[in-house]
Design a protein around this ligand. Structure first.
Ligand SMILES: CC(C)(COP(=O)(O)OP(=O)(O)OC[C@H]1O[C@@H](n2cnc3c(N)ncnc32)[C@H](O)[C@@H]1OP(=O)(O)O)[C@@H](O)C(=O)NCCC(=O)NCCS
Length: 160
């Protein structure tokens, strides 16, 4: 992903937010803010043969504590017009390869229970359901649960 992809990345982000089941966020930030809050080395776009962006994946740090240096929180968003073609799975696989190569051992996220597509996609990519945080935040005036999911690498940091 480069800054040339910024308008498409933010438009796809906004389309996902508009679905109502992707995030507590309701408005995509400006590129400067998005860029500053996502790790440069673990952000990817999927593009078609014309270079059009179909989707993106990126991560943010979860903590500044050393013990959690290998734990990141990810986001994955696919253009609704490009859904169910394997784009999301390919992006997650690229992210898993990239983060494992960099010594990151856990990728985590929170998803709304209603987001079946995301739940099934992440299960396919090797994520497990950790548990449900009940009424953890309000979204458009409604208190909503969030399902915590994570993928623990079997290759990184398992030696004890
Ligand atoms: C969730 C999302 C990323 C899935 O992306 P995608 O490119 O459509 O997913 P894929 O085509 O790679 O699907 C991979 C597998 O996930 C599952 N899946 C994907 N969409 C599904 C749906 N709508 N219903 C049920 N299962 C679904 C299927 O098992 C699918 O494999 P299959 O098509 O061979 O059966 C996409 O719907 C999206 O961007 N949604 C809005 C943003 C969002 O919610 N992001 C996640 C925030 S946690």
């Amino acid at each position: 992903m480069t800054s040339a992809h910024a308008p498409a990345v933010l438009a796809i982000y906004q389309a996902g937010l508009d679905s109502g089941d992707a995030s507590f966020e309701t408005t995509a930030p400006c590129w400067r803010t998005w860029d500053a809050t996502h790790a440069a080395q673990h952000r990817f776009v999927a593009v078609d043969q014309h270079g059009r962006v179909l989707g993106w994946v990126a991560v943010s740090a979860v903590s500044s504590r050393c013990v959690y240096a290998g734990v990141v929180e990810h986001s994955v968003y696919v253009d609704p017009a490009a859904g169910r073609r394997g784009v999301g799975l390919a992006l997650l696989q690229a992210l898993i390869a990239s983060t494992e190569a960099a010594g990151i051992w856990t990728i985590q996220s929170g998803i709304f229970p209603e987001n079946t597509a995301s739940a099934v996609l992440h299960e396919r990519a090797g994520f497990r359901r950790v548990g449900v945080r009940e009424r953890i935040g309000a979204h458009h005036g409604r208190w909503r649960d969030v399902v915590l999911i994570e993928r623990r690498s079997t290759r990184v940091g398992s030696g004890g």
